[in-house]
Design a protein around this ligand. Structure first.
Ligand SMILES: N[C@@H](CCC(=O)N[C@@H](CS)C(=O)NCC(=O)O)C(=O)O
Length: 261
């Protein structure tokens, strides 16, 4: 049985969970606490995933350390149950997936969180500095110092983004624009985005819409005819068993983070 290491609140974990559920691939979900216990930084996990990020999928000797690879695997296993293999749609589906991965979701989420709760402007950089210190202390004895250094650099760049440059409002405006550009290239959905069968494009867009709902930015889904059709598409997606089982967050459930539930 495949094991998916995923965190309930994590966007890319949601892509992994929804992709596998929608493709009806059985897997065991191993819940990761990336906030309080920071299990993604534990040496046993670094050995699995040197990027120290979730999700990770372990299938025997094969280990996938990026949600994009898990999505691709799900599409392959779904075969002609999904539209990904259909030559008429494949290029458009690929282009939607690529566009979604170009959106810096973390920036969108954290900018909004800091605007909503100003104390987070201090808490986020402070937490990241603590993580960097911990990683630096491990550097001399680390099995894979390059991986640790890459994570330190990533966290440094997160701090820089949160603390330097334009105001949060201006940063948020940039991210909103990116989302609107993404929404504008989506097709007018029929049952699913590209027809009667799901595809990778439905997976990534459903998770993105869930995130927009969670952070109070769902109004970006334009209020024109196609926006209404997209809203109806998202309502249909939410009614699916796969969506419900994938634990896609539509509201921020802070108690689940605190209770590790
Ligand atoms: N490209 C990766 C990104 C994964 C990623 O950034 N995951 C976040 C959670 S949504 C994470 O693990 N953050 C914890 C950390 O960076 O320490 C993927 O698609 O799987």
């Amino acid at each position: 049985m495949m094991i998916l290491y995923s965190a309930p609140s994590s966007y890319y974990s949601m892509i992994g969970r929804l992709a596998l559920k929608e493709a009806k691939v059985p897997f065991e979900n191993q819940r990761m606490d990336i906030h309080l216990h920071k299990e993604q930084l534990a040496p046993w996990y670094v050995a699995l995933n040197p990027h120290m990020s979730v999700p990770t999928l372990v299938d025997g000797k094969t280990i996938l350390i990026d949600s994009q690879d898990i999505l691709r695997l799900a599409a392959n296993l779904a075969g002609n149950q999904w539209l990904d293999g259909n030559v008429n749609f494949a290029p458009q589906i690929e282009s939607v997936v690529k566009a979604q991965y170009a959106i810096p979701i973390e920036r969108l989420t954290f900018c909004k969180a800091m605007m909503h709760l100003p104390i987070l402007r201090f808490i986020f950089p402070r937490t990241l500095r603590g993580i960097i210190k911990g990683l630096q202390a491990r550097l001399p004895t680390a099995k894979d110092p390059a991986a640790l250094q890459a994570k330190i650099d990533l966290n440094e760049s997160r701090i820089a983004y949160f603390t330097q440059g334009a105001s949060l409002q201006e940063k948020m405006a940039v991210e909103r624009k990116r989302v609107s550009t993404y929404l504008n290239q989506l097709p007018n959905p029929s049952n699913f985005l590209f027809g009667d069968k799901p595809s990778s494009a439905d997976i990534v867009t459903a998770v993105l819409f869930g995130r927009l709902k969670m952070i109070g930015e769902y109004s970006l889904v334009a209020n024109d005819a196609r926006g209404a059709a997209l809203e109806q598409w998202f309502s249909r997606m939410q009614q699916q068993v796969a969506f419900q089982q994938a634990d896609i967050w539509l509201r921020f459930q802070w108690w689940r983070i605190l209770l590790r539930a």
